[in-house]
Design a protein around this ligand. Sequence first.
Ligand SMILES: Cc1ncc(COP(=O)(O)O)c(C=O)c1O
Length: 330
Amino acid sequence: MTTITDTDVLSRVGNTSLVKLDSLSHNNIEYFAKLEGNNPFGSVKDRAAYWMIKDGEERGILKKGKSIIIEPTSGNTGIALTGIANVLGYKVEIVIPEKVSNETKEIIRNLGAKVFETSDDLCPKVGAGTDQSIALATSIASSRPDTYYSPNQYANEANFRGHYEGTGPEIWKQTEGKVTHFFTGVGTGGTITGIGTFLKEKNPNVKIIGCQPQQNHLIQGWRNFEESAKPDLFLKREHVVDDWVSVDNDEAFSVVKEVFEKEKLLISPSSAAVYACMKKYPIEGDACVVGIFADDGRKFRSVYATQNVMTEEEFDNTLKEAKHMSELAY
Ligand SMILES: Cc1ncc(COP(=O)(O)O)c(C=O)c1O
């Protein structure tokens, strides 16, 4: 646990770095990664968690010392909600699919949340009546509606607003309005619709490109729309997406080492999937391309060993040499 103060932690949500990817940039096309792992609890989800908790407070639903926040999540939202709720004085209960990496579950437990595991696939399957994480969270919350508050990131407008008012304007400013293409994966759709809506208001020609993982994928935080329904938050503004690129597990895992060797970045599976999509998507003429690297690689030691990406020893050496690994608040 670091010694940074509570207010420091909250002031560090957002304003993440945008770094140039020399390994992809060529001729008149520049590629950039927005490093969301630089958020205090290590992912893009710090933004959604912070905005949803603040919104709950402003609407008088969350009461300090009384309310318990409960949420079904595949990982990063659990870490972010628990970390931020701790700082603001709320208890948290997280319902998580057991397939999520042990490192992620450990972080959530160490941050102080009560964790319930279900035997779901990696992502809660919104809309599929069989999803156990969502069913369990709903059933616990309905037992004491005056105490429990579920932000429900899949439909919460504050999740969208965090990106529409935060990440989108940051990208516009960091690229000096030059961004022409934007790539990200979709979990709730908050990131792609929030940033996409903002960028298109600034320049309707900006292309918003969604990355789709294979069915039965291993990309924590993403969803494949053939095996899982589209969340309400995404459906509301899905028209902002101009194009989709598919990416399978092998394509994603195969670039992790390459990106370390060429960029000295230790990236997560979803960042690897974005990198692989940017690498294969055909773009002509002058362009400024931005991809979301939603978290960094440090939670994926065991996943990378199991998937034969690198041994645990190689991982530890990589971590020592990796650039842009900011200090996390846990
Ligand atoms: C690990 C991870 N979590 C979450 C997201 C995005 O989530 P959402 O669509 O819920 O904003 C991404 C998107 O790239 C991601 O890579």
